[in-house]
Design a protein around this ligand. Structure first.
Ligand code: XMP
Length: 516
C-alpha cells in the first residue's frame, strides 16, 4: 500500500507501522500525479499528516479523483482534512488548536475503526484547523472537546480518516485503529513477513544478476553484512566480499567477520590487510577533516585494487563481475528522493587494473527495508547477533577517536580501553539501551597520576555513552555508577598508559557524538 507524504516527519513512521501490521508499504510524495499512484495498483492509500493548513496558500491539494477510483483510503491529520475537503465536507479554523495528548470519545457503537476499543482513549493531536462537517456518506465516529469530527468512516466506499496521529505511541490504541482500517475496512490480509521478503529478494537478485558475478564491500556493520548474506543466498559463490582492514577497527571485529560471519553465511571473503598503508597515509595528520579525507581516499583505492583483482580473476574464468552490492536502506532512498541503479567506480591510474570508469550495476537488496527489518532479515539468515545488533561505528573508525595524530601505539591503547568498556556494557546488559559509546583517547593530553607505588604521567580516555533515535540529536546516557566504576577501574588497571577515565556529559547539540 502507498503512504502519500504531505511533508510531515511522520510518513516514515506510518509506513513502518503499516509493515508492523504485516502489510507492505511504500512512501510516495504528494506531488506524484494521482494517475501514477493508481497505476501502481495499491491495495490502499494512506494520506499522511503535513505541516500546512488546507487553507494556506500553496497547501498541497487533493482532488476527488483519488477517492473515486475505488481504492480504499485513510486520511491522517492533514490527510484527513484534505480528504474531507475533497469530498465536500467542511474544514475550518475553529480557533481551538489541539497539541499533544487529548482525550477522544468514540461516539458510534458500530464503528469499524474503533471496534472493540475503549470508548474513551488518549490520542496524540497536532492541528490548528478542524473538520466541522463530514462529507456526505460518512459517519462521524469520534470526537474530542475541541474537535467535533475527530474520526469518520464510510465502510461501503472503504474510506476513513482520523484527526489524531495513530502512528505515534502516545496514541494508546493507534496501532489497533490503523489495523482496523487495513484489515477490516480495506480488507488487506496480514501476509507480509520477513520470510516473504527474503524469498522475494532472492528471486529478484537472481533475475537481476543472471549468470554474472557480484562484488560487495563489507564493513563489519549490519547493513553491508545483511546485504551480502542475502545476495549470497541468491547467487552463492558468484559473490565475492571484500573487507578492507584499515587497522582502525575495534578489537576482534575483523576476526568476527572472518570467522563467525563466514561460518554462518558461507560467503567468499577476501580480507585486505592495509593497516600499514593507512598508518603511513595518516602520519603527521591530526586535523579531523583531513583524517576523514585521507581515510576515505585510501579506502576507495584499496577497495578498487581488491575489486580489480576479483574482476581480473573472474574474467579469466569467463565469468565477468558486473554488479556491486550495496546496503542502501529505505530511509536513504526516501530522503534522497529515489536514486539510480548504477555506480561508477573511478579508477586511479596509479593503482590497479580497472578500466578508467568501470560501471557496475547496483544490487541493493535492502532498498525497501527499515533498519529494524534489516536486523530481522539478518537474524533469519543466520548472521551472528553481534553483527546484527552492532552499534553504529563510523567508517573512519578509531582514527577519529584519537584526538591527535594516529599511530600504531595509540591505536593499541585505545583498542584495549574500548574493548573493556564494551565488555562491561555487555555484561551489564546495557547494549540495547545505549545508542553507541565511543571511547576517545586524548592522545596529546597527559595528566599526573599514581598507579601502584609510582607517579605516572599518562593519558585520559573519555567515555561518551549516548542515547539517541537517529544520531541527529542525542543525550548522554545515565549509566549506573557501579558500571562506570568497573569500567574505570579495569581500564586504569589493565591499560598501563591510561591513568584517568572521564565521562562526557554533553548532549548533542551542542556536542557531537564523536569528538572529532
Ligand atoms: P556526530 O559525531 O556527527 O555523529 O554526532 C553522528 C553519527 O555519525 C557517526 N559518524 C560517522 N560515520 N563516517 C561515518 O561513517 C564519519 O566520518 C562519521 N562521523 C560520525 C557517529 O558515529 C554517529 O553515529
Amino acid at each position: 500500500m502507498l503512504v502519500v507524504d504531505f511533508g510531515a516527519q511522520y510518513a516514515q513512521l506510518i509506513a513502518r507501522r503499516v509493515r508492523e501490521a504485516r502489510v507492505y508499504s511504500e512512501i510516495v510524495p504528494h506531488t506524484m500525479p494521482v494517475g501514477e499512484m493508481l497505476e501502481r495498483g495499491p491495495a490502499a492509500i494512506i494520506l499522511s499528516g503535513g505541516p500546512s493548513s488546507v487553507y494556506a496558500p500553496g497547501a498541497p491539494d487533493l482532488g476527488p479523483e483519488l477517492f473515486e477510483a475505488g481504492v480504499p483510503a485513510f486520511g491522517i491529520c492533514y490527510g484527513f482534512q484534505a480528504m474531507a475537503r475533497a469530498l465536500g465536507g467542511t474544514v475550518e479554523r475553529t480557533g481551538s488548536a489541539e497539541f499533544g495528548g487529548t482525550d477522544l470519545d468514540v461516539v458510534s457503537g458500530d464503528s469499524t475503526l474503533f471496534h472493540g476499543l475503549p470508548v474513551r482513549q488518549s490520542v496524540w493531536m497536532s492541528h490548528g484547523d478542524a473538520v466541522t462537517q463530514a462529507p456526505a456518506g460518512f459517519e462521524v465516529v469520534a470526537r474530542t472537546t475541541g474537535t467535533p469530527v475527530a474520526a469518520f468512516e464510510d465502510p461501503e466506499r472503504r474510506l476513513a480518516g482520523v484527526q489524531f496521529h495513530p502512528e505515534v505511541l502516545h496514541s494508546a490504541h493507534g496501532q489497533a485503529v490503523l489495523e482496523h482500517f487495513l484489515h477490516e475496512i480495506a480488507g488487506i490480509a496480514p501476509t507480509w513477513t520477513i520470510g516473504n521478503v527474503i524469498t522475494d529478494q532472492v528471486e529478484a537478485i537472481r533475475a537481476q544478476v543472471g549468470d554474472a558475478r557480484a562484488v560487495c564491500g563489507l564493513s563489519g556493520g549490519v547493513d553491508s553484512s545483511v546485504a551480502a548474506a542475502l545476495v549470497q543466498r541468491a547467487i552463492g559463490d558468484r559473490l565475492t566480499c571484500v573487507l578492507v582492514d584499515h587497522g582502525l577497527l575495534r578489537e576482534g571485529e575483523v576476526e568476527q567477520v572472518e570467522q563467525d560471519f563466514v561460518a554462518a553465511t558461507g560467503v567468499d571473503l577476501v580480507v585486505v590487510d592495509a593497516a600499514d598503508r593507512f598508518l603511513a597515509a595518516l602520519a603527521g595528520v591530526s586535523d579531523p577533516e583531513t583524517k576523514r579525507k585521507v581515510i576515505g581516499r585510501e579506502f576507495i583505492r584499496v577497495f578498487e585494487e581488491a575489486a580489480a583483482r576479483v574482476v581480473a580473476d573472474s574474467a579469466e574464468q569467463g565469468e565477468p563481475v558486473e554488479f556491486l552490492v550495496q546496503g542502501t536502506l529505505y530511509p536513504d532512498v526516501v530522503e534522497s528522493g529515489g536514486g539510480s541503479g548504477t555506480a561508477t567506480i573511478k579508477s586511479h591510474h596509479n593503482v590497479g587494473g580497472l578500466p578508467d570508469d568501470l560501471e557496475f550495476g547496483l544490487v541493493e537488496p535492502l532498498r525497501t527495508l527499515f533498519k529494524d527489518e534489516v536486523r530481522r532479515v539478518g537474524l533469519e539468515l543466520g548472521v551472528p547477533e553481534e553483527i546484527v545488533w552492532r552499534q553504529p561505528f563510523p567508517g573512519p573508525g578509531l582514527g577519529i577517536r584519537i584526538v591527535g595524530e594516529v599511530t600504531a601505539d595509540r591505536l593499541e591503547i585505545l583498542r584495549r580501553a574500548d574493548a573493556i568498556a564494551r565488555e562491561e556494557l555487555t555484561a551489564a546488559g546495557l547494549d540495547r539501551e545505549v545508542w553507541q559509546c565511543p571511547v576517545v583517547l586524548l592522545a596529546d593530553v597527559r595528566s599526573v597520576g599514581v598507579q601502584g607505588d609510582g607517579r605516572t604521567y599518562g593519558h585520559p580516555v573519555v567515555l561518551r555513552p549516548v542515547s539517541s533515535e537517529d544520531a541527529m540529536t542525542a543525550d548522554w546516557t545515565r549509566l549506573p555508577y557501579d558500571v562506570l566504576a568497573t569500567i574505570s577501574t579495569r581500564i586504569t588497571n589493565e591499560v598501563r598508559e591510561v591513568n584517568r577515565v572521564v565521562l562526557d556529559v554533553t548532549s548533542k547539540p551542542p556536542g557531537t557524538i564523536e569528538w572529532e
